[in-house]
Design a protein around this ligand. Structure first.
Ligand code: IPE
Ligand code: MG
Length: 224
């Protein structure tokens, strides 16, 4: 979800105004996913690198997250959305960590839309943590080195048990992965859109899905 700052700058507004409008786009996108029968949606909300932004902007972003957790979870819950978070949540204030845990537990019975929010997330850190956990399991004698294949390794990632993404959409015209789901997106289709995240809506979601539907996916196999 990229382009909040540019959206605000184009209107001579502070960056927080762009982030607030971005939160509205999140709501529209969740609705669009449900409308289109998409069962899994992952939103990259805050990267492990975003902590390096000016303290005031980090405060604005965590404040927005706090607000969202307090005010939107009931609606997610009522709409059949199951919330999960990936990333290093221990870097957030304790009240946010508690609200995250409550939101996950309170929606765990839902299955209409599996919504994963990547918060303080970085794929390299995730893969490194998985390697460390696998090594610890070997050391503890609960995992044999020969057993460690791709499927077993994926079980040590924060996305264990979730399907790999079929489609990755990046907004704002940037064409980078920026440390997002590096392992999981190995065979994902990519759609780069010129729309700034706060302007993103159902029509963009639908356009990305149509684009995806035209792709021929071979997963490395020979064309038929
Ligand atoms: C939102 O867009 C992404 C977040 C980190 C919340 P940006 O804040 O990166 O906006 P731009 O790239 O400056 O336009
Ligand atoms: Mg950006």
């Amino acid at each position: 979800m990229d382009g909040n700052g540019r959206w605000a700058a184009a209107r001579h507004l502070p960056r927080i105004a762009g982030h607030r409008e971005g939160a509205r786009a999140v709501r529209r996108t969740i609705e669009a996913a449900i409308q289109n029968n998409v069962r899994w949606l992952t939103l990259y909300a805050f990267s492990s690198e975003n902590w390096r932004r000016p303290a005031a902007e980090v405060m604005d972003l965590t404040g927005l997250l706090r607000h969202y957790l307090k005010n939107e979870i009931a609606e997610l819950r009522a709409n059949g959305v199951r919330l999960r978070c990936i990333g290093d949540r221990t870097r957030f204030d304790p009240d946010i960590q508690a609200d995250l845990a409550n939101a996950e537990a309170g929606t765990s019975h839902n299955s209409r839309l599996n919504l994963t929010v990547a918060l303080s997330y970085g794929a390299r850190a995730e893969i490194t943590a998985a390697a460390r956990a696998a090594a610890a399991a070997v050391k503890a004698g609960t995992l044999a080195v020969d057993q460690l294949d791709e499927a077993v390794f994926a079980g040590f990632l924060s996305t264990a048990g979730m399907p790999d993404p079929d489609l990755v959409v990046r907004t704002s015209g940037e064409q980078r992965l920026s440390n997002f789901l590096l392992w999981q997106a190995a065979y994902a289709e990519f759609v780069f859109m010129d729309v700034l995240w706060p302007d993103f809506g159902a029509e963009h979601f639908g356009a990305a899905l149509s684009d995806f539907a035209k792709r021929e996916r071979r997963f490395g196999a020979r064309p038929a």
